[in-house]
Design a protein around this ligand. Structure first.
Ligand SMILES: C[S@@+](CC[C@H](N)C(=O)[O-])C[C@H]1O[C@@H](n2cnc3c(N)ncnc32)[C@H](O)[C@@H]1O
Length: 317
């Protein structure tokens, strides 16, 4: 360096450079500097799914072919708690519960239920239905961005497809929900979280809701994120009592479908005749699978939840 500075001062650097460059280059070849090997980046995609960093400051899993993002608009863990766990009146009653987790996805709902089971007085049997484990395994490989999975349960579940503790017995039913729910133990609570009815129409059909309700052997609360008039109509058509679900983040309202008459269900605010009147004016009151619209309208109008509280007369009259 001293020589270089002196050459610069004397205006002879070009000559010095020409003289020394070859020698210095040779010494570099003899002693190559050691470059740290870059760590291979974990793949951010798996099958049809990719990790999506929301500008709102949390990560979600995106379904590439439909473009749908799981829990897109709200912090996924907060939404899972507000929508699928905290609303449950049966859960507050403190009895052992069988919970169906329809669409395991990245396991936000399942983990919210497991966290809440830890502080509950009665154990939870949690059954996750999923046809593709890629979103779960992708999120599990990115725990830094999915802190809900920093827990013993999902790691054991990924290997054994089951996790059991004194508070929760979590198992997996792999395959199409429609083919498998009838053989599962009857639930008390259903966390119903498929993709939208555009991407997953088969899971929002009147036929499926009717078959699910027929499977239910005791009082059931079904929670779901939509407040679509068409989906609420199909749930009513299948015979469920339908109530307003809590707001969740940017969703002003969600939906609760009830089967049976557990006394705790009085906590839920049912759709009333004012909703029925709005439905009559709605241009989007039928889901795509509804063939006999008149029949659906009749079933809804005669649904006991809309009977006049004073006369008991149904809304059709
Ligand atoms: C919106 S994501 C669920 C998000 C998830 N509940 C969570 O907390 O992260 C919907 C999931 O439903 C699954 N799914 C869609 N159709 C299904 C079917 N017919 N049977 C079982 N799972 C299905 C998808 O593979 C996807 O993982």
């Amino acid at each position: 360096m001293r020589e270089i500075r002196a050459a610069l001062d004397a205006g002879t650097f070009a000559a010095l450079y020409a003289e020394r460059r070859t020698t210095l280059g040779e010494r570099d070849l003899d002693n190559p500097s050691v470059q740290p090997t870059p760590k291979p980046r974990r793949a951010r995609t798996r099958g049809d799914y990719e990790v999506h960093a929301s500008p709102l400051g949390f990560a979600s899993i995106r379904h590439a072919s439909s473009g749908e993002i799981m829990h897109a608009t709200n912090d996924p863990d907060r939404e899972a708690e507000a929508l699928y766990v905290e609303q449950s009146a049966l859960r507050r009653a403190g009895r052992p519960l069988v919970v169906w987790d329809v669409g395991l996805g990245a396991a936000h709902n399942a983990m919210a239920m497991i966290r809440s089971a830890t502080s509950a007085t009665a154990p939870v049997t949690l059954i996750s239905f999923e046809r593709d484990l890629d979103p779960f395994l992708l999120a599990l490989a990115h725990q830094k961005e999915f802190p809900h999975l920093r827990h013993e349960a999902p790691h054991r579940f990924a290997v054994a497809r089951r996790f059991a503790s004194p508070t929760v017995d979590w198992s997996l039913v792999l395959g199409d929900f429609r083919d498998n729910f009838a053989a599962a133990p009857t639930p008390d609570v259903v966390m119903f979280d498929p993709f939208s009815s555009e991407t997953n129409p088969e899971l929002w059909s009147l036929a499926l809701f009717t078959a699910m309700r027929a499977r239910f052997e005791r009082s059931v609360e079904l929670f779901t994120y939509t407040r679509s008039t068409a989906i609420r109509s199909s749930l009513l058509g299948a015979g469920f009592t339908v109530a307003r679900g809590a707001a969740a983040g940017m969703k002003p309202e969600t939906t609760i479908a009830l089967h049976g008459d557990d006394p705790s269900f009085t906590a839920h605010v049912r759709l009333d005749r004012a909703w029925l009147e709005r439905r009559a004016r709605s241009t989007a009151r039928y889901a795509a699978d509804i063939v006999d619209r008149d029949d659906l309208d009749r079933r809804i109008e005669r649904h006991p939840q809309f009977a006049d509280p004073l006369t008991g007369a149904d809304a059709a009259r």
